[in-house]
Design a protein around this ligand. Structure first.
Ligand SMILES: [Zn+2]
Length: 86
């Protein structure tokens, strides 16, 4: 089992406690050291698809749907990436 150690964004302390969830349902914490409040996993990236690789894969005579399956995204997303890429 992987134990995730959350730290305070402000003082990097690990001495934090869960503090319920905010309006958008994101887990928040309260830091016991600096008294600050924050959101856990606030640095979590959104979509981490390599758009360059996706466009490249499409040019290898893949269909948009096939490319989407490879990258685990919808073919609409593939279309969006292709429109934006030169
Ligand atoms: Zn803190």
């Amino acid at each position: 089992m992987i134990v995730k150690h959350h730290t305070c964004d402000k003082c990097q302390s690990k001495n934090i406690v869960k503090n319920g969830k905010n309006r958008s349902g994101t887990q928040t914490y309260k830091c016991k050291d600096c008294g600050g409040y924050g959101v856990l996993d606030s640095k979590q990236p959104g979509r981490t698809v390599d758009k360059e690789a996706l466009a490249k894969a499409y040019r290898e005579r893949q269909s948009q749907r096939a490319t989407g399956r490879i990258f685990n995204v919808s073919h609409f997303f593939v279309q969006t990436v292709l429109k934006k890429s030169p």
